[in-house]
Design a protein around this ligand. Structure first.
Ligand code: PXP
Length: 248
């Protein structure tokens, strides 16, 4: 079964557009925790949230509430910094996805550069996994990064599907699917689980059926956007229906 992790960051993006400063008596909306609860009610398999250094959407309090109130595995996306490491070791979510971070980007644009940093990343991976969180490394679907990720001891990679989601025309799409498929097969052969995310939407998700070994897709923007039209539960159910029938 292909699992769906719903990324709830953009529910918080909308909230922060109005409620950056919160004073007594205010009721900030929408709540990313409520969005997660609705997603859980619709059958999502996990909740993903990125605590960015600039706190542009999710806040620490949101992560604490997600861990406490939502009965689904929580996947914390984080940069490999000492402050985030300390936070993650206190929170101890089921899953952690290590991502690169650049304050100027709108959303995570490229994969982590693991090659050349295997030892430093490996140390963080060991500490997090010893504390009970399974770590995935968000990487571009290229051989060198998959091999480097395997060397760190991380249990999963999350393959960056940004280039796939921007592919124009059948040939370009087929090329990106082949790149993802090769990276997934290599990771699986090295004993590393395979997730994927970034830019996956209702129109392109089934093209990923040609990528083997997928465990989980992490999808945010498209589901939150669809939820504005039809509500969170229906948006999640529609995505789950499209994902049905995948064979790893
Ligand atoms: N996976 C990772 C590691 C991410 O950083 C993001 C957000 O950029 C996503 C998945 C979800 O991407 P999207 O919002 O485009 O679905």
């Amino acid at each position: 079964m292909l699992r769906l992790g719903v990324n709830v960051d953009h529910a918080a993006t909308v909230r922060q557009a109005r409620y950056r400063e919160v004073s007594r008596g205010m009721a900030p909306e929408p709540s990313p925790v409520d969005f997660a609860l609705e997603s859980a009610g619709a059958g999502a398999h996990g909740i993903t949230a990125h605590l960015r250094e600039d706190r542009r959407h999710m806040q620490e309090a949101d992560l604490l509430r997600l861990a406490r109130e939502v009965r689904l595995p929580l996947n914390l996306e984080m940069a490999n910094t000492s402050r985030m490491l300390a936070f993650a070791l206190r929170l101890r979510p089921a899953n952690i996805c290590m991502v690169p971070e650049d304050r100027r980007e709108v959303t995570t644009e490229g994969g982590l550069r693991v090659r050349g940093a295997e030892r430093a990343i490996g140390r963080a991976v060991s500490r997090l996994q010893a504390a009970g969180s399974a770590v995935s490394l968000f990487i571009d679907p290229v051989e060198g990064e998959v091999r480097a990720a395997a060397e760190t001891g991380a249990r999963f990679v999350e393959l960056h599907t940004g280039a796939f989601s921007r592919a124009v025309g059948k040939r370009e799409l087929a090329r990106e699917v082949r790149r993802l498929a090769r990276a997934a097969a290599l990771a699986d052969g090295l004993g590393v689980g395979v997730n994927a995310g970034h830019g996956i939407n209702y129109g392109n998700v089934r093209a990923l059926f040609d990528v083997p070994h997928l465990n989980e897709l992490n999808i945010g923007h498209s589901i939150v956007s669809r939820a504005l039209m039809v509500g969170a539960r229906r948006a999640v159910r529609e995505m789950l229906a499209l994902m049905r029938g995948y064979r790893p």
